[in-house]
Design a protein around this ligand. Structure first.
Ligand code: GLA
Length: 369
């Protein structure tokens, strides 16, 4: 069976751990807080909707490896240890993901003043892969963090090295890499990774969502089952994104067949945010593979349509109003001849003869056949 045959879904601790100034606050990352988020995924229906990976990102590590050279959880924040946490999370029916880097320094050490020594996997690839496998890890996020500058590493070689160490464990571990689109990973990563970041970090602001979207334009030929373009984790429910901005962001990631990794505080989530994250119709678009991810098919200044063919022959299209004015679309001008149309959010049919008006910073997701 292909690992990550459909875009992986889950929750990742990184965006959750950021404060209002987008700086990491590691005091938020404790075994108690992670377990509470895991429990929330079960209770609020996210697990049932398909979000089955819980990924512990940077900042869980103790300041030093142990005497055997193994990574450990932070001694005060993860007192029971990472393996015990993994068992508890998995007992809830979730899968567990973890974070490391190919060089010597993690990103948190470089950008968030995380005081630690020797956390990177450089020279420890086999030890770390074996630890992850033993602990029951199902997913590894392996993050570049300037390893070309710090350690003189070649990205393709360094990412391949960990892929081989993971394979050698004999366990099915989803391999998610990130080099922020710096080294054209879409050209080489599909061969030995399950997903690769295509851009630098996405922030919970509309301009960042639009900027990240623009960088996806030419990448549609590279995704396939088991190997996905990753425009970064969802910011749905974070920052000051409005309801329609959050929903548009989610629609767009769905037509791109993006991995759907939430990162909001699930204990403080509004009903509106949850209604976006677990919308079955939108998730079904993301998880549908017809042979090609969605792409930009109509582009008129701030009016865009990102669209993908669905496996049943229908078409899912996001009509997007990027700017501060509403946009009007003629469905047939954009899509040619169509039979019927349905608004995925409401489930209502749409009159194909009527013009579609989309409010500013908003989008409509329409399925046509
Ligand atoms: C980078 C990545 C983020 C996160 C942090 C951790 O910025 O892009 O997703 O993993 O590092 O430090």
């Amino acid at each position: 069976m292909t690992l990550a045959a459909l875009p992986p879904m889950g929750w990742n601790s990184w965006n959750y751990g950021l404060n209002e100034r987008d700086r990491a606050d590691f005091s938020r990352l404790t075994e108690k807080s992670i377990l509470a988020q895991a429990q929330a995924m079960v209770d609020n229906g996210m697990l049932a909707a398909g979000y089955n990976y819980l990924v512990l990102d940077d900042g869980y590590q103790n300041a030093r490896r142990n005497y055997k050279g193994e990574l450990q959880g932070h001694a005060l924040r993860f007192r029971e240890g990472i393996p015990a946490l993994i068992q508890e999370v998995k007992a809830l029916g979730l899968k567990f993901g973890i974070y490391s880097v190919p060089g010597t320094l993690t990103c948190a050490q470089q950008y968030d003043d995380y005081i630690a020594d020797g956390l990177g996997s450089l020279g420890f690839e086999t030890i770390d892969a074996n630890s992850f496998a033993e602990w029951g890890v199902d997913y590894l996020k392996y993050d570049w963090c300037r390893a070309h500058l710090n350690d003189g590493l070649n990205p393709e070689d360094a990412f391949r090295k960990m892929s081989e160490a993971l394979k050698a464990t004999g366990k099915d571990i989803v391999y998610s890499i990130s080099e922020y689109g710096l080294f054209r990973s879409h050209e080489w990563a599909p061969e030995f990774t399950n997903m690769w970041r295509t851009t630098d970090d996405l922030f919970a602001r509309w301009d960042s969502v639009m900027y990240t979207l623009d960088l996806q334009r030419d990448l549609y030929p590279y995704s396939k089952p088991g190997a996905w373009n990753d425009p970064d984790m969802l910011q749905v429910g974070n920052g000051n994104l409005s309801f329609t901005e959050n929903r548009a962001h989610f629609y767009l990631w769905a037509v791109l067949n993006a991995p759907l990794m939430a990162g909001n505080d699930l204990l403080k989530m509004s009903d509106e945010t949850l209604s976006i994250l677990i919308h079955p119709g939108v998730i079904a678009v993301d998880q549908d593979w017809s042979g090609e991810q969605g792409r930009l098919i109509f582009d008129n200044n701030d009016a865009q349509v990102w669209s993908k063919k669905m496996a049943d022959g229908s078409r899912a299209s996001v009509f997007l109003a990027r700017g501060s004015t509403a946009e009007t679309f003629e469905l047939s001008e954009v899509l040619g001849e169509i039979g019927g149309a349905k608004d995925v959010w409401t489930g209502d049919s749409v009159d194909v003869a009527e013009r579609l008006v989309v409010a500013p910073h908003s989008a409509e997701l329409i399925i046509t056949n």
